[in-house]
Ligand binder design. Sequence first.
Ligand code: HEM
Length: 108
Amino acid sequence: MFVAANRFRVIPEHCAAFEQAWLTRESHLHELPGFLAFHLLRGPAGADHVLYSSMTFWASRAAFEAWTRSEQFRRAHAGAGESKPMTLGPPQFEGFEVLQTLTPGGPA
Ligand code: HEM
């Protein structure tokens, strides 16, 4: 499993609009092979921003990379960075290989 995480530092007065844009978007992630889950996370508030992270769980790094080359990725980002910035700078990407997963079901 592979986790693609993007950190956004959102300017406090734009938080409501940022959340609204994400929560009401038309997502096409479910169309992609290897897509497992998506979470939009709101984290701690700093002096000049609130931290958000988008986390997408993929079956493999290859499945994630295929999405970044897809028409769905292109469309999801067609407008990104166009309007008045809601964030301090561009998002910061971090990719993680999952080494261990535990679930409430306990060991198989
Ligand atoms: C490897 C880099 C990136 C990854 C992994 C990533 C991840 C994602 C994901 C998972 C979505 C949701 C797509 C869907 O639900 O169909 C998305 C949409 C979006 N991303 Fe990215 N992204 C990347 C680069 C960027 C960059 C560079 C920007 C800003 C300049 C950006 C800003 C946005 C915005 C604004 C949306 C759409 C929110 C809306 O619909 O209003 N992303 N991204």
